[in-house]
Design a protein. Structure first.
Length: 282
């Protein structure tokens, strides 16, 4: 009897273990192409997501390079390569990860870099693993407000925040979400007390993104997500209210990654209360 009972208990434990595995959320992959760094390259960033948690990420970046030992992407020496770089001899489109030693050597020679680029990427990839998408979005917003100082320990790149935002975008693709990132610059001449981005399909505007108030001259990264199957074009309405009660509204905001500068009344052109440009440095 004891043997039968032990066998039954063991069977129940095995079945429970299988059930637990079966109930785990599947791992989904998302990938984006983005401009995480500068204007001379593009990044391809992949994220693996389980439920709402990023379990792994992979960063690579591609740039036209020339030099001894540079490895181009496949077909760089064929018609594809000719279409990419035209008649410029010796130039190929290459992966910075594949050409890590060469590219990092240029970084060291031209900018005084002390760490290879892949080592910095690996620090970013290790940082995001195990964190939820919401945690990463909150962290990115917080660091953007602090001008990106010390964004991720171990990553020495000036555009670390750009790579982090790329991972968030890829993770949202995996999770079935479209996400816009908006760096809001307050140039209204007064404190902005209320700031909302509403999803036009539902009218839901969510939390006040201004928090305790966005002072004149300050900036803030705000993030808005909508379902993956929604039309991202003109999907949002952006509104703000200043300390004096002046309101501004833009009803055709799309899901994108752009700056939004809130204008003072005397700086507005027509009825547009904002521009899609960052304010010029004084």
């Amino acid at each position: 009897m004891k043997k039968i009972l032990a066998l039954v208990l063991a069977s129940v434990m095995v079945l429970c273990a299988f059930a637990a595995v079966a109930e785990e959320a599947p791992v989904k992959l998302g990938q984006v192409q983005c401009a995480a760094h500068g204007a001379q390259c593009f990044a391809v960033i992949t994220a693996a997501v389980q439920g709402d948690t990023v379990v792994a990420a992979w960063i690579d970046e591609f740039q036209v390079m020339s030099g001894e030992g540079v490895v181009g992407v496949p077909n760089s020496n064929d018609k594809f390569g000719a279409n990419i770089v035209g008649s410029e001899d010796g130039k190929v489109l290459g992966s910075k990860r594949v050409n890590n030693v060469y590219y990092s050597g240029n970084m060291a020679a031209k900018a005084g870099a002390t760490q290879e680029i892949v080592a910095s990427w690996q620090a970013i990839e290790a940082f995001v693993a195990g964190k939820t998408i919401a945690e990463l979005e909150a962290y990115a917003a917080d660091k953007a407000e602090a001008a990106g100082v010390d964004v991720i320990s171990g990553a020495t790149l000036a555009d670390t925040l750009g790579y982090l935002k790329g991972i968030i975008a890829a993770a949202n693709v995996a999770a079935g979400i479209q996400t816009g990132h908006y760096t809001v610059y307050n140039q209204t001449g007064e404190t902005v007390k209320e700031l909302y981005i509403a999803f036009n399909a539902t009218g839901e505007k969510g939390e006040n993104l201004a928090g305790d108030g966005l002072a004149n001259g300050e900036s803030k990264l705000v993030i808005k997500s909508i379902p993956a199957d929604a039309d991202a074009h003109h999907a949002l309405t952006f509104t703000y209210v200043t300390e004096s009660g002046r309101t501004g509204e833009f009803t055709t905001l799309s899901i994108e990654d752009v700056p939004l500068t809130l204008l003072a009344a005397d700086a507005m052109t027509g009825a547009t209360p904002l521009t899609f440009f960052a304010p010029k440095a004084e």
